[in-house]
Design a binder for this molecule. Structure first.
Ligand SMILES: [Mg+2]
Length: 248
Protein backbone atom coordinates (compact mmCIF):
# COMPACT_ATOMS: atom_id res chain seq x y z
CA UNK A 1 0.00 0.00 0.00
CA UNK A 2 1.41 3.43 -0.91
CA UNK A 3 1.52 6.36 1.54
CA UNK A 4 -1.20 8.12 -0.48
CA UNK A 5 -3.53 5.11 -0.29
CA UNK A 6 -3.04 4.73 3.43
CA UNK A 7 -3.83 8.37 4.15
CA UNK A 8 -6.50 8.94 1.47
CA UNK A 9 -9.50 8.01 3.62
CA UNK A 10 -8.30 10.08 6.57
CA UNK A 11 -7.79 13.05 4.24
CA UNK A 12 -11.26 12.57 2.77
CA UNK A 13 -12.94 12.27 6.18
CA UNK A 14 -11.15 15.42 7.39
CA UNK A 15 -12.38 17.32 4.29
CA UNK A 16 -15.93 16.11 4.94
CA UNK A 17 -15.76 17.36 8.50
CA UNK A 18 -14.29 20.73 7.46
CA UNK A 19 -16.83 21.27 4.73
CA UNK A 20 -19.77 20.23 6.94
CA UNK A 21 -18.72 22.53 9.76
CA UNK A 22 -18.52 25.39 7.23
CA UNK A 23 -22.18 24.70 6.40
CA UNK A 24 -21.58 23.11 2.97
CA UNK A 25 -22.87 19.77 1.73
CA UNK A 26 -19.69 17.62 1.42
CA UNK A 27 -20.31 15.71 -1.82
CA UNK A 28 -18.48 12.46 -2.54
CA UNK A 29 -19.06 11.27 -6.09
CA UNK A 30 -19.12 7.53 -6.79
CA UNK A 31 -19.32 6.06 -10.26
CA UNK A 32 -21.11 2.69 -10.36
CA UNK A 33 -19.92 0.41 -13.19
CA UNK A 34 -16.33 -0.66 -12.61
CA UNK A 35 -16.17 1.46 -9.43
CA UNK A 36 -18.70 0.56 -6.71
CA UNK A 37 -19.95 -2.37 -8.80
CA UNK A 38 -18.20 -5.24 -10.50
CA UNK A 39 -20.37 -5.72 -13.57
CA UNK A 40 -18.33 -8.59 -15.02
CA UNK A 41 -20.86 -10.87 -13.29
CA UNK A 42 -23.61 -9.26 -15.38
CA UNK A 43 -21.71 -9.90 -18.62
CA UNK A 44 -20.85 -13.44 -17.52
CA UNK A 45 -24.53 -14.17 -16.86
CA UNK A 46 -25.50 -12.87 -20.31
CA UNK A 47 -22.79 -14.88 -22.07
CA UNK A 48 -23.88 -18.00 -20.19
CA UNK A 49 -27.49 -17.29 -21.12
CA UNK A 50 -26.47 -17.13 -24.77
CA UNK A 51 -24.48 -20.36 -24.44
CA UNK A 52 -27.29 -22.23 -22.71
CA UNK A 53 -29.93 -21.12 -25.17
CA UNK A 54 -27.77 -21.76 -28.26
CA UNK A 55 -25.97 -24.92 -27.13
CA UNK A 56 -27.17 -27.03 -30.05
CA UNK A 57 -25.58 -24.60 -32.55
CA UNK A 58 -22.52 -23.64 -30.51
CA UNK A 59 -21.65 -26.67 -28.38
CA UNK A 60 -17.93 -25.81 -28.03
CA UNK A 61 -18.72 -22.27 -26.88
CA UNK A 62 -21.18 -23.64 -24.34
CA UNK A 63 -18.54 -26.00 -22.91
CA UNK A 64 -15.88 -23.27 -22.83
CA UNK A 65 -18.04 -20.59 -21.22
CA UNK A 66 -19.21 -22.93 -18.49
CA UNK A 67 -15.64 -23.24 -17.27
CA UNK A 68 -14.81 -19.51 -17.62
CA UNK A 69 -14.90 -17.08 -14.68
CA UNK A 70 -15.81 -13.36 -14.77
CA UNK A 71 -12.18 -12.41 -14.10
CA UNK A 72 -11.25 -13.64 -17.58
CA UNK A 73 -13.59 -11.30 -19.44
CA UNK A 74 -12.22 -8.54 -21.68
CA UNK A 75 -13.76 -5.09 -22.05
CA UNK A 76 -15.41 -6.05 -25.36
CA UNK A 77 -17.45 -9.20 -25.98
CA UNK A 78 -15.63 -9.88 -29.28
CA UNK A 79 -12.25 -9.75 -27.48
CA UNK A 80 -13.49 -12.15 -24.80
CA UNK A 81 -14.67 -14.63 -27.43
CA UNK A 82 -11.39 -14.38 -29.34
CA UNK A 83 -9.39 -14.93 -26.13
CA UNK A 84 -11.48 -18.03 -25.42
CA UNK A 85 -10.67 -19.41 -28.88
CA UNK A 86 -13.70 -18.17 -30.86
CA UNK A 87 -12.44 -15.47 -33.25
CA UNK A 88 -15.34 -15.79 -35.77
CA UNK A 89 -16.59 -12.21 -36.44
CA UNK A 90 -20.11 -13.42 -37.29
CA UNK A 91 -20.45 -15.20 -33.96
CA UNK A 92 -19.00 -12.13 -32.21
CA UNK A 93 -21.65 -9.95 -33.85
CA UNK A 94 -24.42 -12.34 -32.86
CA UNK A 95 -23.29 -12.59 -29.21
CA UNK A 96 -22.61 -8.84 -28.96
CA UNK A 97 -26.15 -8.06 -30.11
CA UNK A 98 -27.54 -10.55 -27.58
CA UNK A 99 -25.38 -8.92 -24.87
CA UNK A 100 -26.34 -5.34 -25.81
CA UNK A 101 -30.06 -6.14 -25.66
CA UNK A 102 -29.67 -7.23 -22.03
CA UNK A 103 -26.69 -5.45 -20.46
CA UNK A 104 -28.24 -1.97 -20.16
CA UNK A 105 -31.42 -3.04 -18.38
CA UNK A 106 -32.94 -3.06 -14.89
CA UNK A 107 -33.18 -6.84 -14.75
CA UNK A 108 -29.60 -7.61 -15.63
CA UNK A 109 -27.85 -4.97 -13.49
CA UNK A 110 -29.09 -7.00 -10.52
CA UNK A 111 -26.41 -9.57 -11.38
CA UNK A 112 -23.69 -7.05 -10.42
CA UNK A 113 -21.82 -7.43 -7.14
CA UNK A 114 -20.25 -4.61 -5.10
CA UNK A 115 -16.50 -4.22 -5.38
CA UNK A 116 -14.62 -5.40 -2.27
CA UNK A 117 -15.02 -2.85 0.53
CA UNK A 118 -17.40 -0.61 -1.47
CA UNK A 119 -20.41 -0.93 0.84
CA UNK A 120 -18.33 -0.30 3.97
CA UNK A 121 -16.50 2.66 2.44
CA UNK A 122 -19.66 4.46 1.28
CA UNK A 123 -21.31 3.90 4.66
CA UNK A 124 -18.17 5.21 6.38
CA UNK A 125 -18.35 8.38 4.26
CA UNK A 126 -22.08 8.74 4.87
CA UNK A 127 -21.77 8.26 8.63
CA UNK A 128 -19.07 10.95 8.73
CA UNK A 129 -21.53 13.43 7.20
CA UNK A 130 -20.53 13.06 3.55
CA UNK A 131 -23.22 13.03 0.86
CA UNK A 132 -22.73 10.03 -1.43
CA UNK A 133 -23.58 11.06 -5.01
CA UNK A 134 -23.95 8.00 -7.21
CA UNK A 135 -23.17 9.37 -10.65
CA UNK A 136 -23.48 6.87 -13.46
CA UNK A 137 -23.60 6.66 -17.21
CA UNK A 138 -26.53 4.24 -16.85
CA UNK A 139 -29.75 5.73 -18.27
CA UNK A 140 -32.78 6.34 -16.08
CA UNK A 141 -35.47 5.04 -18.49
CA UNK A 142 -33.87 1.57 -18.67
CA UNK A 143 -31.89 1.24 -15.46
CA UNK A 144 -33.10 3.45 -12.60
CA UNK A 145 -35.29 0.82 -10.97
CA UNK A 146 -32.68 -1.97 -11.11
CA UNK A 147 -29.94 0.37 -9.94
CA UNK A 148 -31.97 1.48 -6.95
CA UNK A 149 -32.90 -2.10 -6.08
CA UNK A 150 -29.27 -3.24 -6.22
CA UNK A 151 -28.02 -0.32 -4.11
CA UNK A 152 -30.70 -0.96 -1.49
CA UNK A 153 -30.20 -4.73 -1.53
CA UNK A 154 -26.46 -4.39 -1.02
CA UNK A 155 -26.70 -1.94 1.88
CA UNK A 156 -25.58 1.30 0.24
CA UNK A 157 -27.21 4.42 1.71
CA UNK A 158 -29.82 5.49 -0.85
CA UNK A 159 -33.21 7.20 -1.07
CA UNK A 160 -32.50 9.55 1.83
CA UNK A 161 -32.21 13.31 1.91
CA UNK A 162 -28.44 13.24 2.29
CA UNK A 163 -27.76 11.00 -0.72
CA UNK A 164 -28.05 11.57 -4.47
CA UNK A 165 -28.55 9.18 -7.35
CA UNK A 166 -27.87 10.69 -10.78
CA UNK A 167 -28.46 8.77 -14.02
CA UNK A 168 -28.44 9.89 -17.64
CA UNK A 169 -31.80 11.13 -18.94
CA UNK A 170 -31.41 9.09 -22.14
CA UNK A 171 -29.41 6.11 -23.35
CA UNK A 172 -28.04 8.01 -26.36
CA UNK A 173 -26.39 10.81 -24.37
CA UNK A 174 -22.58 10.64 -24.36
CA UNK A 175 -21.22 9.63 -20.92
CA UNK A 176 -18.44 12.23 -20.81
CA UNK A 177 -20.70 15.10 -21.91
CA UNK A 178 -23.22 14.01 -19.28
CA UNK A 179 -20.65 14.00 -16.47
CA UNK A 180 -19.28 17.40 -17.59
CA UNK A 181 -22.78 18.83 -17.28
CA UNK A 182 -23.35 17.27 -13.87
CA UNK A 183 -20.07 18.69 -12.56
CA UNK A 184 -21.27 22.21 -13.37
CA UNK A 185 -24.42 21.52 -11.37
CA UNK A 186 -22.60 19.93 -8.41
CA UNK A 187 -20.52 23.09 -8.00
CA UNK A 188 -23.66 25.07 -7.28
CA UNK A 189 -25.16 22.63 -4.82
CA UNK A 190 -22.33 21.59 -2.50
CA UNK A 191 -18.59 21.10 -2.18
CA UNK A 192 -17.10 18.11 -4.01
CA UNK A 193 -14.53 16.66 -1.58
CA UNK A 194 -14.06 13.23 -3.16
CA UNK A 195 -14.55 11.33 -6.41
CA UNK A 196 -14.09 7.68 -7.38
CA UNK A 197 -14.13 6.40 -10.97
CA UNK A 198 -12.64 3.63 -13.10
CA UNK A 199 -12.20 5.82 -16.19
CA UNK A 200 -8.84 7.64 -16.13
CA UNK A 201 -10.25 10.49 -18.26
CA UNK A 202 -13.06 11.14 -15.76
CA UNK A 203 -10.63 11.02 -12.80
CA UNK A 204 -8.52 13.64 -14.56
CA UNK A 205 -11.61 15.74 -15.22
CA UNK A 206 -12.63 15.63 -11.53
CA UNK A 207 -9.09 16.44 -10.39
CA UNK A 208 -8.97 19.44 -12.73
CA UNK A 209 -12.44 20.59 -11.68
CA UNK A 210 -11.87 20.07 -7.93
CA UNK A 211 -8.11 20.21 -7.23
CA UNK A 212 -8.61 20.01 -3.44
CA UNK A 213 -10.74 16.85 -3.62
CA UNK A 214 -9.52 13.30 -2.98
CA UNK A 215 -9.81 11.72 -6.43
CA UNK A 216 -9.23 7.99 -6.79
CA UNK A 217 -9.03 5.71 -9.80
CA UNK A 218 -10.22 2.10 -9.53
CA UNK A 219 -7.99 -0.18 -11.57
CA UNK A 220 -10.76 -2.59 -12.65
CA UNK A 221 -11.40 -2.13 -16.37
CA UNK A 222 -11.90 0.89 -18.58
CA UNK A 223 -12.66 1.82 -22.17
CA UNK A 224 -9.77 1.29 -24.60
CA UNK A 225 -7.68 4.33 -25.54
CA UNK A 226 -7.89 6.04 -22.13
CA UNK A 227 -5.55 8.97 -21.42
CA UNK A 228 -2.70 8.83 -18.91
CA UNK A 229 -3.82 9.26 -15.31
CA UNK A 230 -2.75 12.49 -13.60
CA UNK A 231 -0.07 11.84 -10.96
CA UNK A 232 -2.09 13.29 -8.06
CA UNK A 233 -4.92 10.78 -8.50
CA UNK A 234 -4.91 7.93 -5.93
CA UNK A 235 -4.72 4.44 -7.50
CA UNK A 236 -6.76 1.61 -6.00
CA UNK A 237 -7.51 -2.02 -6.84
CA UNK A 238 -10.58 -1.97 -4.57
CA UNK A 239 -11.86 -0.18 -1.46
CA UNK A 240 -10.37 -2.49 1.17
CA UNK A 241 -7.05 -0.69 0.69
CA UNK A 242 -8.62 2.58 1.84
CA UNK A 243 -10.37 0.98 4.82
CA UNK A 244 -7.14 -0.71 5.90
CA UNK A 245 -5.40 2.68 5.72
CA UNK A 246 -7.81 4.25 8.17
CA UNK A 247 -7.04 1.62 10.79
CA UNK A 248 -3.26 2.23 10.70
MG1 LIG B 1 -17.44 3.29 -14.65
Amino acid sequence: MSATQSSALRTLLASIERSASAGDDPLVVFDLDGTLYDNTHRTMRILLEFAHTHASSYRALYERLRETSPGHLKYRVADTLAALGFPDPELAQHVTTFWRERFFTDDYCLYDLPLAGAVELVNRVHKAGGVPCYLTGRDAPNMLVGTLRALQRDGFPVGRVETRLILKPSFEMNDDAFKHGVIAHLRKTGRVVGSFDNEPGLCNLFKQSFPEATVAWLDTSHAPGAPELQPDVVRLNDFTELLAGEAT
